[in-house]
Each structure stands twice: as C-alpha cells, then as structure tokens.
Write a protein that binds this ligand. Structure first.
Ligand SMILES: Cc1cc2nc3c(=O)[nH]c(=O)nc-3n(C[C@H](O)[C@H](O)[C@H](O)COP(=O)(O)O)c2cc1C
Length: 179
C-alpha cells in the first residue's frame, strides 16, 4: 500500500509533522513517501498511490498555495482515493479562544469547506504548530508586531507528537481495512 504524504511548510514545522506521519505509517508497514508540496510527486506518478495525506501550515486563515495547488490540480485523482487532510496552525497552550470556541474549530482554514466537497477527505485535523520568531520573514515579523498579534502568535513549539502519531496510526488502521 503506497501512501503519499504531501505538505506545504514555510518554516519547517509542518514538514516535521508530515515526516512524523510518514514515519509512523512506515512503522505500520505502509510504503509512505513524504513530499514538499513545492516538489510534489510527478504528475504521472500521482495515480500510482493508494492513498494521500495532505497538509499545510496556516497563515492568515489559509493554507499555503503549494498545498491548495496540489489538491486542486489532482482533484479528480484524489477523489478516487482515500485522502486525509491536516493543518498546522494554532500556537500556545489555550484550547479555547476568547469566545469560548475550541481553538481547533476556530482555526480551521478557509479551504477545508471546499475540499470537503471536492476531494471528500476521510477526515481533517488541526494540529498545534510551532514558530521560531528569529526565523520569520520580514513580513511575518511585521504582522507579529500588530497590536495583540504576538499573543495570538506566541513563540515556541506546540506540536503534540503523541497526538500526531496516534492520528497516523488511525490512518494506517483504516488503510489496512478495505474502503
Ligand atoms: C504571520 C503569521 C500568521 C499566522 N496565521 C495563522 C492563522 O491564521 N491560523 C493559524 O492557525 N496559525 C497561524 N500561524 C501559525 C502557523 O501556521 C504555525 O506556526 C505553523 O505551525 C507554521 O508552520 P511552518 O513552519 O510549516 O510554516 C501564523 C503564524 C505567523 C508567523
């Protein structure tokens, strides 16, 4: 069973999540390959995968372009295969926002509603992400200086590895069960 894990990552936090998912799928006996969405599998190879896990970092409420381009370009193929989506976004340790809404719900990126219809993913997960302020582009540093932004974009690594691994194991279990 061949699985492509494709992700878009600006600074590496999401790529780290994708690599951990790929490693866990490998431990479960699946042939998992991890790709940066900027250098996805060749067009002629995409249909050769049995399943896909596609993820992106979230910026200003949206997936990165390379990830959305991959999903849109290969939509007909993805629709015919099992696909899981993930987003790496929220930072910090709060689980609810100012309105009391679960942070994982309020940070679901805009594209997911569309993808739910177009590629019918088995599921979509929001994972907490990571930011190293020293690594940020000038533009992102400026955004972090807006009033209130630094609290919403706190520095640190908030990736929950046990949760990410458990999700990958769920995917592996589903894949060894007929669709
Ligand atoms: C300028 C900026 C804007 C961000 N906007 C969002 C956002 O709208 N929603 C969200 O959940 N996370 C947001 N984040 C957090 C990142 O998505 C998160 O840190 C992610 O793990 C970074 O992944 P990467 O290193 O793969 O790019 C933002 C971070 C920065 C620096």
């Amino acid at each position: 069973m061949r699985v492509a894990v494709v992700c878009a990552s600006q600074y590496g936090a999401t790529l780290g999540i994708a690599e951990r998912i790929g490693a866990e799928l490998g431990l479960a006996g699946l042939d998992a390959r991890v790709y940066d969405a900027a250098q996805p599998p060749h067009a002629e190879d995409v249909a050769g995968f049995d399943a896909f896990v596609v993820g992106s970092a979230v910026y200003m409420g949206h997936w990165l372009k390379d990830a959305t381009t991959f999903v849109r370009r290969y939509q007909p193929t993805l629709l015919e295969h099992r696909i899981w989506l993930f987003s790496s976004g929220p930072l910090g340790s709060a689980t609810t926002d100012a309105d009391g809404t679960d942070v994982r719900e309020s940070t679901v990126p805009a594209e997911i509603a569309d993808f739910t219809n177009t590629v019918r993913p088995v599921g979509h997960r929001v994972f907490y992400g990571a930011i190293d302020p020293d690594a940020l582009s000038l533009g992102h540093r400026v955004i972090r200086k807006f009033p209130g932004a630094a609290e919403k974009i706190p520095a640190g690594d908030f990736r929950n590895w046990p949760e990410i691994e458990a999700w990958a194991r769920e995917i592996a279990r589903a894949l060894v069960t007929p669709a």
